[in-house]
Write a protein that binds this ligand. Structure first.
Ligand SMILES: Cc1ncc(COP(=O)(O)O)c(C=O)c1O
Length: 421
């Protein structure tokens, strides 16, 4: 029997499904399974950081002592013990919330989906950074919202341009539902937003009666420098929705993350989540709660950051050594990614097939992170997953692709090195 073709099926799809694009990252991850490939394309933690022994003990204790809870449905809002741990955890960053201001989600990705479901109707404007988190853009696109990009520099979102954008929208009688930012070691650029800019984002959101969605999965992965207060810690009127996750600090396979917001907003997100999955897995919530309660998380974080700092340094040194003039990159103080810019006119999408097929090295093209289709000469590199040897070798391969395609004008130009995205 012949199967219904994609054209046959298209007429059944909702308008939202029809605008869904396949994630470039996921498509690329398929290629990286080929032998000999070095991939800077994913965003995976190094599996060497997974605290397997502690998790084994904790899981066994939970199944011994409370199997009737850990294997049962739980409340949609999430496990109370875990929420209490998170109240303490966020308190260290100045985020002052109560248990009822937290919703546990199946990864922050689900949090973003709930944000889309609760706030966005087709055509609604919202503000995103240029560049911004690709799978976040994917959610907002599937809501058929209008994403308006505001460029970033090495201090984060350009708030002067944000103000101009908000003023223009106001003149048109429109206002964005929210401003979406990833303020710490941003995915994809690695840039951290300064405190001044964070205050300004909040002030502008207040002035133009919008909300802020602060997506913060990398905050704990700081290698150096001083932590900057989360935007939510500066908020006094319940304008910020905060998202964070155990994916980068513990293990993404647990699929445990959380949202924090005003009680009113959390009630709305809970209602939306009830239609999605009823509740998060009780077992992995209990594991995450116990991991925090036993204090393991505090000992674990310095081990992860030490490993990723070393890998970042190896990548930065390799870029410095291998890349030709005209190429620049960010120097993130934490997180998993850095952002490389090739000279204007070069196209990382065109280079990708040469990189993958001829040189066996993969990256993510910059345009996937740009709501306005820009970023063609940029690429995102991940340094947490590849081994130290692969980082050295992969950058060598990448530089060889870039050198082959470099415009002649850059052959002798001296400027290169860490630079804003
Ligand atoms: C900015 C950002 N938000 C959300 C997520 C989703 O994380 P989770 O594994 O918690 O769904 C990621 C994952 O890479 C991310 O980089």
């Amino acid at each position: 029997m012949t199967q219904l073709s994609s054209d046959d099926l298209r007429e059944f799809y909702s308008a939202g499904a029809r605008v869904m694009t396949r994630s470039l990252i996921r498509e690329l991850l398929k290629l990286t399974r080929r032998g000999g490939m070095i991939s800077f394309a994913g965003g995976l933690p190094d599996p060497a950081t997974f605290p397997v022994n502690e998790l084994k003990h904790i899981t066994s204790d939970i199944l011994d002592k409370q199997p009737h809870l850990a294997l049962q449905y739980g409340p949609t809002e999430g496990d109370t013990n875990l929420k209490d741990e998170l109240v303490r955890w966020m308190g260290k960053d100045g985020i002052d919330v109560g248990r009822d201001q937290i919703l546990i989600t199946s990864g922050s990705q689900q949090g973003l989906d709930l944000v889309g479901r609760v706030f966005l109707d087709p055509g609604d404007p919202l503000i995103v950074e240029l560049p911004s988190y690709m799978a976040g853009l994917q959610v907002f696109r599937s809501c058929r919202a209008e994403m308006i990009g505001v460029p970033q520099d090495d201090a984060g979102m350009r708030t002067d341009l944000l103000e101009q954008t908000l003023a223009r929208l106001a003149r048109e009688g429109r206002r964005p539902k929210f401003i979406y930012v990833v303020p710490d070691f941003q995915n994809p650029s690695g840039v951290t937003m300064t405190e001044e800019r964070r205050r300004m984002v909040l002030e502008l959101a207040r002035a133009y009666r919008s909300l802020v969605v602060e997506d913060n999965p990398y905050r704990e992965l700081r290698f150096e420098g001083t932590p900057v207060p989360p935007i939510m810690s500066l908020d006094r009127d319940g304008r910020v929705v905060y998202l964070s996750t155990f994916s980068k600090t513990l293990a993404p396979g647990l699929r445990i993350a959380w949202m924090a917001a005003s009680e009113e907003l959390i009630r709305q997100f809970v209602t939306a989540k009830q239609g999605v999955d009823l509740c998060c897995p009780s077992l992995t919530q209990a594991i995450a709660a116990e991991y925090c309660a036993r204090g393991h998380i505090y000992k674990h974080l310095p081990r992860i950051t030490a490993l990723y700092r070393t890998k970042r340094d190896i990548m930065l040194r390799a870029l410095e050594r291998e890349m030709p003039p005209g190429v620049s990159w960010t120097k993130p103080e934490g997180g998993l990614f850095l952002w490389v810019r090739l000279p204007e006119g070069m196209d990382t999408e065109q280079l990708l097939s040469t990189a993958v097929e001829d040189e066996g090295v993969a990256y993510v093209v910059g345009s996937g992170f740009h709501a306005d289709g820009g970023g063609k000469n940029a690429m995102r590199l991940n340094f947490s997953f590849p081994s130290e040897e692969h980082i050295e070798e992969g950058i060598k391969r990448l530089a060889s692709v870039v050198k082959k395609h470099l415009p002649a004008a850059y052959a002798r130009e001296p400027s290169r090195g860490p630079r804003s995205p």
